[in-house]
Ligand binder design. Structure first.
Ligand code: ASP
Ligand code: MG
Length: 468
């Protein structure tokens, strides 16, 4: 049994939906499959836009609703025969009406809580899955809709709810038994009282692996629009290639560090039940894709891949007065946490007189504000120097299982960058040794990625090979 998940790019229009249905029908011939779908491409963003406009009383949200309606109606007109068209249009129309009512409510009260936003966003997956179920049935494949609000149970952290696995696994197994070809809504779930929640943006991948773990599937296939996980961003590195095999840990590191291919949580349920995940390209189904497993056979190179995240900022908190001052790190992190600044990387030199903090550029103002407040006394008494915010930076993460216990990798990374005159502002290596992260200027991004890729992933020279 396998779980087959299609993302928005595989469901962007009538042609793509027909193509996905073809892949599903082929797979059904071989084994029992469970399908998980995202919303059609662009729909979740439109739903969010609509909510934001309605909340400010801007009636422009009606244009977003129109867009969403037109997109679904055009799609179904293209794929359904006239005989089957009325049924699906009626079903969609009911959802459009409900969505309109909700957004009109938001407009009237000028308020859209996270809870309401989750309800609004849920329409994307509910609509795409309704279209798919009806279409597959029209093609003679007996499909049924599983609305995951009935079987994925979460807490009520709207927008990014935490899953209760025990309850969910039991409910999912029960629900899935009722249908021969289940079409499961990605991304959405519900809290104890049945209120709609969501699992975080791009959460359909995560849904696929929750469902896969619940039924102990043999494989979780994630169908997307690229051939697999790449060794580096191909927009920057011409020689980037598809990585045939990754460990769960490597995949997790790569997805945390901006390789947008998988929701980082996806690996968690898969690891628990040891289920392989395969990334496939719905535009190129014959390509083998990337296989993500517990134990890899071994990579040919000393590193596996390079990821990068843009729009990064950095603050260096520095001062002679910080030496041997217990609790200073806790105060810094506490202040940033209260200001909801997500710290992406930290490094502290053992001289203890500076701590370097890295976060997303759009959180800079909050970060500076909260630190100035928390450290006001230390700044005044000059125990801490006035800190400087550096912007226009990029975080690069060099990732790979082979780096563990292989001496000299970080040395080679930095000397390669040094030879090219690329300045490194900060460095961190986790003790898992699977990841070396560094901060450089945005202007050096392409150059740095090419340099590291070239140094580690393009040379067949024996000396360059890892021990994989
Ligand atoms: N439709 C949701 C989103 O756009 C979930 C997903 O696509 O995975 O975030
Ligand atoms: Mg996705």
């Amino acid at each position: 049994m396998k779980v087959v998940k299609f993302g928005g790019s595989s469901l962007s229009d009538s042609e793509r939906i027909k193509n996905a249905a073809g892949i599903i029908r082929d797979a059904v011939k071989k084994e029992r499959i469970i399908v998980v779908l995202s919303a059609m491409q662009g729909i979740t963003n439109r739903l969010i836009n609509a909510s934001e406009k309605a909340e400010t009383g801007d009636s422009g949200y009606k244009e977003d609703i129109e867009f969403i309606k037109e997109k679904h109606l055009t799609t179904v007109r293209n794929i359904f025969s006239p005989r089957n068209l009325t049924g699906i249009i009626t079903r969609l129309q009911m959802m459009f009406n409900e969505l309109e009512d909700i957004l009109h409510g938001v407009e009237l009260v000028r308020e859209c809580s996270r809870r309401t936003l989750d309800l609004v966003m849920s329409f994307g997956e509910r609509m795409s899955c309704t279209v798919a179920v009806e279409y597959l049935n029209a093609c003679g494949c007996k499909a049924g809709l599983i609305d995951t609000r009935t079987c994925i149970r979460t807490d009520n952290r709207y927008g990014n709810a935490a899953v209760d696995f025990n309850i969910s696994y039991t409910l999912i197994k029960k629900e899935l038994k009722t249908v021969s070809l289940p079409i499961v809504t990605g991304f959405i779930a519900s809290a104890e009282d049945g209120i709609t929640t969501t699992l975080g943006r791009n959460g359909s991948d995560y849904t696929a692996s929750i469902v896969g773990a619940a039924v102990e599937a043999d494989c979780i296939e994630i169908w997307t629009d690229v051939d697999g996980v790449m060794s580096a961003d191909p927009r920057f590195v011409e020689n980037a290639f598809v990585i045939p095999e990754l460990s769960y840990q490597e995949a997790m590191e790569l997805s945390y560090f901006g390789a947008k291919i998988l929701h980082p949580y996806t690996m968690i349920p898969a690891i628990e039940k040891n289920i392989p995940i395969r990334i496939k390209n719905s535009f190129n189904p014959s390509a083998p894709g990337t296989l993500i497993v517990n134990k890899i056979k071994g990579h040919p190179y000393p590193i596996t891949g390079i990821a990068s995240i843009d729009s990064i900022a950095l603050i260096n908190v520095e001062g002679g007065g910080m030496i041997g001052m217990p609790g200073i790190a806790a105060r810094i992190f506490g202040a940033l946490a209260r200001a909801s600044v997500n710290i992406m990387m930290i490094s502290q030199a053992s001289s203890e007189h500076s701590v370097c903090l890295v976060f997303s550029e759009d959180e800079s103002e909050r970060a500076v504000g909260s630190l100035n407040e928390e450290l006001a006394l230390e700044l005044e008494t000059k125990r801490i120097e006035k800190f400087e915010l550096k912007k226009d930076l990029v975080m690069i993460a060099v990732i790979g299982e082979n780096m563990r216990g292989t001496p000299g990798i970080s040395g080679r990374v930095f000397s390669a960058l040094g030879r090219r005159g690329i300045n490194v502002f900060a460095i961190a290596q986790g003790s898992s040794e699977r990841n070396i992260s560094l901060i450089i200027a945005k202007v050096d991004e392409q150059h740095a990625l090419e340099t590291i890729h070239h140094a580690f992933l393009e040379n067949d020279d024996k000396e360059n090979k890892g021990h994989g």
